[in-house]
Design a protein around this ligand. Sequence first.
Ligand code: CAA
Ligand code: NAP
Length: 248
Amino acid sequence: MTGRVVLVTGGMGGIGTAICRRLAAAQGNVVAANCLPGYDRKDEWLAGLRAEGFHNIHAAEGDVADYDSATAMVSHVEASIGPVDILINNAGIVRDNVLRKMSVGEWLSVIDTNLNATFNVTRNVVEGMSERGWGRIVNLSSVNGQRGQFGQTNYSAAKAGMHGFAMALAQEVVKKGVTVNSVSPGYVATEMLRSMRPDVLEKIIAGIPMGRLATPEEIASLVAYLVSEEAGYITGANIAINGGMYMS
Ligand code: CAA
Ligand code: NAP
């Protein structure tokens, strides 16, 4: 996995930052970290990574929930860095609510940002990967897409959909040197969990067999393996990384 152009959507978030660091550490890789247009902490984020020695990470602004914005973002990355070899569909949001109280906005924003974004970005890179005969696509799904979660009909549907997408696309590109996989983390210590009621989160952590949250670095390590040369025989898989929360 060296000398590759990497695009990480939502790359400046908790798991995204760990993935950017991990993939930028491989020799010759250049990483585009996507963020929303006008993200106010973009420069601070980039400066922090530069200070750690990562001069091969660049920002790529674009709203991946919007097809035209995602298309423009990929065009910009390809023109300024090069064709995308590795895509990590990582951008995501939660808008938890029980279905009887869920607004259309809560439903659509979660489907757009998690599932439709996966189409919006992948659609723009998969043909190039196939033509060049090599590519890696990894979707950040979730344990809650595998087992469902109370208060998350929108998110569970979107995350299950992301893996359905991966299995279907994996078949379309299996002979082109392109692999498509999902990872399904359990609860990871990032900003995303801040939206949760502390008492609900506490109960969930108490129920995790390993007794703790995952770290973003643990997720990044699995992603790094899936995009490596050695993982070339893995496609259409959904790898669980959940501390024993859900076994299948
Ligand atoms: N199973 C069965 N019943 C449940 C339940 C469960 N898991 N959770 C709550 N209930 C019951 C409650 O006991 C309560 O019953 P009573 O009315 O008899 O008292 C009733 O359902 C209503 O529960 P709440 O008070 O919790 O409902 P609410 O409307 O106040 O809250 C909610 C709804 C905010 C969605 C809340 O249920 C919740 O936070 N759920 C967890 C959502 C979650 O896990 N989010 C993770 C976000 S991060 C993420 O998703 C990352 C990832 O990929 C892992
Ligand atoms: P996070 O820290 O909130 O990061 C998510 C990132 O996505 C943020 O940087 C966010 O930007 C960005 N984003 C949101 N909407 C976007 C859009 N339309 N276009 C571009 N970027 C957008 O959360 P995280 O925990 O790292 O989550 C990363 C992925 O892992 C998500 O897909 C999530 O569903 C999945 N996941 C997380 C957990 C967990 O427990 N944390 C578990 C399983 C799976 P802003 O901050 O500017 O909005």
